[in-house]
Ligand binder design. Structure first.
Ligand SMILES: Cc1cc2nc3c(=O)[nH]c(=O)nc-3n(C[C@H](O)[C@H](O)[C@H](O)COP(=O)(O)OP(=O)(O)OC[C@H]3O[C@@H](n4cnc5c(N)ncnc54)[C@H](O)[C@@H]3O)c2cc1C
Length: 393
């Protein structure tokens, strides 16, 4: 397969094997079933593969999966009863009667399940194939991998925040990335009412106390499970919008929050990964290549990217199906289609909010948002941050 003559040809090559590519493939099969045997997914890892992620699914992720006929309760999960959005341990609570506020999965299990569903839909996934280069031209796209070259009519870059697709086709485009750290611990201090700041084992906590110290983000503490064992997932997210200021080391506020609950950060393995986030300036396509998921840009406020990745897949699939009908692959309309959709609208509002709640970093402002303006925050969240998946067409 190494020389150009025996390069295999496909209509659609999807690079990367996370939720954005699976969503693109499954939506494409739904809209244009005849394309299924002409789609090939290349993934560098083997399922179940590790992906650093807290695994919190918001309601929009479940709505999109349900519309694809998928029941995510088949995947091992923990349901969060109440989500707390705090400043310094106090703030607003989100509780949905008779339902969970957030569902927490592990990404190795969730992504392997999605991969199986994609295969069942008739789409080929080739694991262990590392993409090295992407070269679009007027007749198609050549993709160089460690297993030879492939040629396709179009390519979908679904290879995440560090992906090669964006770097190859948009080498000079500006990139905004958040810094994120994550730690998994046992549940020992949780649900211990004798402990001064005890947490409830079925609740998730987001605390924005690091913002006045120029960490433009929050710490989190979720329930999770690993092979059926209840655990806690902790982490810290920093959009980097206050990067020009003096900041403590990213792990310091996380260590402080964990210490408040009786945990010593140094006792646990700490892992980090960037998240590339959405900005209206982000370019999301070039002729014959379009980007989805983190490669295009995740939510900037929270770094929430699973529902967003699933949403990108739905929009990209429509753009691709129509391009094949027209026989024209400029993808000139993709950014506009995205902007007009519920996904584009929520991403835009989230970007605006990011540029307000983090740069106005004073303590009084954070107290105003999380302690005093709770009804306003809930209203904005309900209308502009959640429930966008109903407007994906
Ligand atoms: C610490 C942390 C915690 C997070 N917590 C949450 C959370 O609780 N909830 C939430 O909604 N989001 C969370 N996110 C964000 C979420 O993980 C991402 O937004 C989401 O995974 C994006 O999906 P994707 O399909 O775009 O990319 P990814 O899931 O990153 O998938 C990209 C895929 O491409 C493959 N790939 C990469 N390069 C190549 C190559 N050269 N060749 C072939 N394959 C390649 C990778 O192996 C991978 O499988 C978190 C992120 C981090 C870092």
């Amino acid at each position: 397969m190494d020389n150009k003559h025996d390069t295999p040809k496909h209509d659609v090559l999807i690079l990367g094997g996370g939720p954005s590519r699976l969503s693109t493939a499954l939506h494409l099969v739904q809209i244009a079933p005849h394309l299924a045997p002409r789609i090939l997914i290349l993934e560098k890892a083997h399922y179940p593969r590790l992906k650093l992620c807290a695994g919190g699914l918001v309601i929009d992720a479940e709505v999109i999966l349900e519309r694809l006929g998928l029941d995510v309760s088949e995947v091992p999960h923990v349901d969060v009863d109440t989500a707390h959005f705090d400043f310094a341990g106090k703030g607003l609570k989100i509780h949905v009667p008779k339902k969970h506020a957030i569902r927490v999965i592990r990404r190795d299990e969730f992504d392997a399940w999605l991969a199986q569903k994609t295969r069942e839909a008739g789409v080929e996934i080739r694991e262990g194939s590392i993409v090295k280069n992407i070269i679009p031209d007027k007749d198609g796209v050549t993709v160089e991998t460690d297993h030879g070259n492939f040629h396709a009519q179009i390519v979908v870059g679904a290879d995440g925040s560090n992906g090669i697709t964006r770097r190859c086709v948009l080498p000079n485009a500006p990139v905004q990335t958040a810094r994120v750290l994550e730690i998994i611990t046992p549940v020992s201090q949780v649900d211990n009412p004798t402990y001064p700041t005890h947490h409830k084992s079925k609740d998730a906590y987001f605390d924005f106390f690091p913002v006045p110290d120029n960490i433009a983000g929050y710490t989190w503490d979720f329930p999770t499970q690993i092979q059926g064992q209840p655990m806690r997932c902790w982490g810290i997210y920093d959009t980097n919008v206050l990067a020009d200021n003096n900041r403590p080391a990213l792990k310091d506020p996380l260590a402080k929050e964990m210490a408040r609950h009786g945990y010593n950060l140094n006792d646990y393995e700490i892992k980090g990964h960037p998240i590339r986030w959405y900005s209206p300036q982000n370019q999301v396509s070039v002729p014959r290549v379009l980007l989805v998921g983190d490669a295009a840009g995740a939510d900037p406020i929270f770094g929430e990217g699973i529902s967003i990745a699933l949403g990108y897949g739905a929009i990209a699939a429509r753009e691709i199906a129509e391009s094949f009908q027209r026989g024209e692959f400029s993808f000139r309309g993709y950014k506009r289609r995205l902007a007009r959709s519920g996904l584009g609208q929520t991403l835009y509002v989230r970007w605006v909010i990011t540029n307000i709640i983090y740069p106005i970093k004073w303590e009084w402002f954070q107290i105003l948002i999380w302690w005093i303006m709770q009804p306003v925050v809930l209203f904005v969240a309900w209308i502009f941050i959640l429930n966008w998946s109903k407007r994906l067409k």
